[in-house]
Write a protein that binds this ligand. Structure first.
Ligand SMILES: [Zn+2]
Length: 336
């Protein structure tokens, strides 16, 4: 996806399309969306019916594979620690060793093997590596060798916010692309649209990086969000006014977002029947199944569309508590 402040970056990337470099090094401040820019560019180049400005259509077979993470001509290399999806609810329970924060040598070997076999779809092969500084010396040297003898039809998009840590030999093999940081106004607009309550303070703390600010705000809100998810599982016994009281500190969009995902899961379980699994809250499968069996698809669909309606009028902070309480009461009605 593109962020609102990336329009100019996108145009500059588009200008490279005619003579694509073998390797593009996208650098810039941390937390401004360089990785998403690189992924969007990669998807746009693989897309079978891209839009006039080079953006991916989002609907063709290539886009579909890309978003599912299994396009045969797309390889992404990143530390294990960055592989978890954005959803906090989907992390695995139980104790596991901490995921690696470096790019392992075997990942680089797998990459080199993948680019060695040519393309599957007669188009380009796209490789995205981020952050480039997560490569250790051995991996960086192996990548360098590949960049020195670039395989045909292959484009490497390397992403870093630490240009000073990139080996000069790698630098010399790449075209550099400096991603722009957003203006404060653009960053604040976006943060507010994401439901961050004290956007100014968060942006200042994050040194002007909107994505860093969003993650920090979300992390602060996580305990409350988790609490809400636990409460929703009570179904007909859900304490609507108690929850509205408790959640006053959460921005309404965040609460509505959780409710939308929760309702999506309820509907999915309801419609798919036995054996269906939750998409957003797999850890709450039991509670979801209980709630889903206590209501019906018709009511859930009506509630889902009312939630969409609420989202249109969600940015009135004074009414936050009233909105929440009203929505929570509607939720409880589902199980009457
Ligand atoms: Zn497409």
């Amino acid at each position: 996806m593109l962020y609102p402040w990336q329009k100019e970056d996108w145009q500059r990337l588009g200008a490279l399309r005619e003579r694509l470099p073998h390797a593009l090094l996208i650098h810039g401040q941390q937390g401004i969306g360089k990785r998403d820019l690189a992924l969007h560019f990669a998807q746009g180049l693989l897309c079978e019916t891209p839009l006039a400005d080079g953006q991916p259509c989002g609907t063709c077979a290539a886009c579909h594979w890309f978003s599912q993470g299994n396009h045969p001509d797309f390889t992404v290399v990143r530390p294990e620690a960055l592989e978890a999806s954005g959803e906090t609810e989907t992390d695995e329970g139980g104790k596991k060793k901490a995921p690696s924060k470096i790019i392992r040598m075997e990942q680089v070997r797998a990459l080199i093997e993948a680019v060695g076999v040519g393309t599957h779809r007669a188009g380009l092969r796209m490789v995205v590596v981020y952050p480039l500084d997560a490569l250790q010396t051995e991996g960086a040297n192996a990548l360098l060798k590949t960049l020195e003898e670039p395989p045909p039809s292959t484009v490497f998009l390397l992403v870093t916010d630490r240009l000073d840590r990139v080996l000069p030999t790698i630098l010399s093999r790449c075209r550099q692309f400096s991603a722009q940081r957003p203006t404060a106004a653009a960053a604040l607009d976006w943060l507010r649209s994401q439901g961050v309550a004290d956007a100014e303070a968060q942006l200042a703390l994050a040194g002007g990086s909107p994505l860093t600010a969003l993650h920090a705000a979300e992390a602060e809100e996580q305990p409350l969000q988790r609490w809400l998810v636990g409460q929703l599982g009570a179904g007909a016994a859900f304490d609507a006014s108690g929850a509205a009281e408790q959640l006053q500190k959460l921005p309404v969009p965040a609460v509505l977002g959780i409710l939308q995902r929760w309702t999506y899961d309820l509907l999915k379980l309801r419609l798919d029947g036995e054996g269906a699994t939750a998409r957003y809250f797999p850890k709450e499968q039991a509670a979801l199944a209980r709630c889903a069996s206590a209501t019906d698809a018709h009511r859930l669909q009506a509630f889902a569309s009312r939630l969409t309606g609420h989202r249109r009028s969600e940015n009135h902070p004074l009414a936050a508590r009233l909105v929440m309480e009203a929505v929570f009461l509607e939720y409880r009605q589902l199980f009457r």
